[in-house]
Write a protein of this length. Structure first.
Length: 298
């Protein structure tokens, strides 16, 4: 249940759906497995899993949701081999070269013939709405996956009035100032990881790991004009993360100070453990965002 990579967005209009209304909306787009000829299917599933039926789970005024995606596995190499064989047979039999259009149709026919016997794989995306701070938090590693989650939520509830917390989508200059001029916000400390990049196209990139970011060699890179595109931070000795140029946060790790608070809950009681972890995590993220958002929002 602990989120590790987060794309977050702010609501431009207060989210005010009740849990009952949201449950009904998500149920209309509940997950169903791939049919015989489906390449993939997406839909909403139980927020906590483990045979519970609710599509949402609430703690700290935060509403948890879970999106499931099922995809057919069709190795590209298999399709390529079958296509080459079929094209060669037709060209030999008919003494002619097939057009691109003909080859595309053959490829499509092969894919359709393989779909009924293909294996499937499933993946899940968790996200929650912080109704107190009017934020949408999605546990994904890429913007494309965040877009999928938002598209399905928008489809379910009719509209999703959210926008990035920083409209220009980039905070290199801010992160550079934090590092170069020691202008870190209160209660934040540097970790030992960063990425620096020359701002021009195809500019040089320097990736630093296990490095004292206040060292002279780092300062020299900044003095040559490189900007910070990723910066490792710790907040209140409670959580570490990498903040990135697109204003997402990656590799989130909660320290033992936080996680040990739920040590008394047995792992065997999975629902109680997930509920407690979600409650604790949303409380920590809520406090973190209270400190971080005023620093990075325009």
């Amino acid at each position: 249940m602990w989120f590790s990579n987060i794309y977050f967005f702010k609501f431009t209009k207060d989210f005010d759906l009740s849990q009952e209304e949201l449950e009904k909306s998500l149920d209309a787009l509940k997950f169903t497995p791939c049919g015989t000829l489906d390449m993939s299917k997406m839909g909403w599933t139980s927020a906590l899993g483990h045979n519970t039926n609710a599509y949402t789970h609430i703690a700290n005024d935060c509403i948890l949701m879970r999106l499931k995606k099922e995809e057919k596995i069709l190795p590209a190499s298999v399709i390529k081999d079958l296509m080459e064989e079929k094209v060669a047979n037709i060209e030999n039999a008919e003494s002619r070269k097939l057009s691109k259009k003909d080859k595309d149709q053959i490829k499509e026919d092969i894919i359709h013939s393989l779909l009924p016997q293909a294996f499937t794989k499933s993946s899940f995306v968790n996200g929650y709405i912080d109704t107190q701070r009017q934020l949408l938090m999605i546990n994904v590693s890429s913007g494309a996956k965040a877009d999928d989650f938002m598209a399905m939520l928008r489809k379910a509830i009719g509209s999703l009035p959210v926008e990035p917390v920083r409209k220009d989508g980039s905070i290199e200059l801010l992160l550079t100032d934090w590092l170069k001029n020691s202008h870190l916000p209160h209660d934040f400390n540097l970790e030992m990881e960063a990425e620096l990049k020359q701002p021009e196209e195809d500019g040089a990139i320097v990736r630093l790991k296990n490095q004292d970011l206040t060292a002279d060699e780092v300062t020299q890179h900044l003095d040559t004009g490189k900007q910070v595109t990723k910066l490792g931070l710790m907040w209140q000795d409670r959580v570490t993360f990498i903040i990135q140029e697109d204003v997402s946060i990656k590799r989130v790790k909660f320290t033992d100070i936080v996680k040990e608070q739920n040590d008394d809950i047995p792992n065997e009681d999975k629902l109680a453990k997930m509920d407690a972890d979600f409650t604790l995590m949303t409380a920590e993220f809520g406090e973190l965002m209270t400190y971080l958002l005023p620093q990075i929002a325009e």
